[in-house]
Write a protein that binds this ligand. Structure first.
Ligand SMILES: C[S@@+](CC[C@H](N)C(=O)[O-])C[C@H]1O[C@@H](n2cnc3c(N)ncnc32)[C@H](O)[C@@H]1O
Length: 200
């Protein structure tokens, strides 16, 4: 784990956040209500944007990221509880959450299928599960470029993969995908889902 990554993350993201991401984040976070699970909260960049949540349980495995998120947690409009956990092994009871949010996380989680199964488990039937993720692009030349860059990108960006088909993984997890919005020619997707009724 690169110790520089947590320190540089907000700075590196600033241009994209200012241009577009803040609006995208605000839109998806306004849909998260009731008791909310946030997966891989990082530096807490989403914390100030929650408006309709009763309470947010934010999980994050990296202690340096957690420390950077504390001031945002303290100034948030809704109660935020941070837990040092990994998405593949959530320490919450079945059917705890009304909503779940993951932004720019499924590129990095070592075992995305296990994490999706865990999110489904801890969410109530019909819970809203909201993703904002960068994914493998459909355009073949761009997808090839992502494959070529991936090894060096992973090393620089703390295990982040450029070539994951996160939409397919979500579909295969059994979540019901209700809406997909594409940004930057399909590099970024907002994926809105509903948890299934627990029958699979
Ligand atoms: C690119 S950052 C995104 C942070 C934040 N969600 C955002 O929107 O800016 C990816 C985050 O995923 C976290 N992460 C890595 N592995 C994880 C896992 N197994 N479970 C949960 N989070 C994980 C990293 O520590 C990091 O904070």
């Amino acid at each position: 784990m690169s110790s520089l990554f947590p320190s540089l993350y907000d700075l590196a993201m600033q241009p994209l956040e200012k241009r577009k991401f803040r609006k995208i984040r605000s839109e998806i976070l306004s849909m998260a209500d009731g008791r909310v699970l946030e997966v891989g909260a990082g530096t807490g960049i989403n914390f100030p944007l929650y408006k309709n949540a009763d309470r947010v349980d934010a999980i994050e495995p990296n202690q340096a990221m957690i420390e950077k998120s504390i001031s945002r947690k303290n100034s948030a409009a809704v109660p935020i509880h941070i837990h040092r956990q990994s998405a593949e092994d959530l320490e919450f009871a079945d059917k705890t959450f009304d909503s779940a949010v993951a932004t720019l996380v499924f590129c990095t989680i070592p075992n995305p299928d296990k994490a999706l199964a865990e999110i489904k488990r801890v969410c109530k039937p019909k819970a809203k599960i909201l993703f904002f993720e960068h994914v493998k692009m459909e355009q073949p030349a761009l997808a090839l470029a992502q494959e070529a860059l991936n090894p060096i990108w992973k090393r620089i960006c703390d295990g982040c993969h450029l070539n994951r088909d996160t939409l397919l993984a979500i579909q295969e997890s059994g979540m019901k995908v209700t809406n997909v919005t594409s940004y930057y020619k399909g590099l970024f997707l907002v994926i809105e889902c509903e948890n299934n009724d627990g029958s699979r």
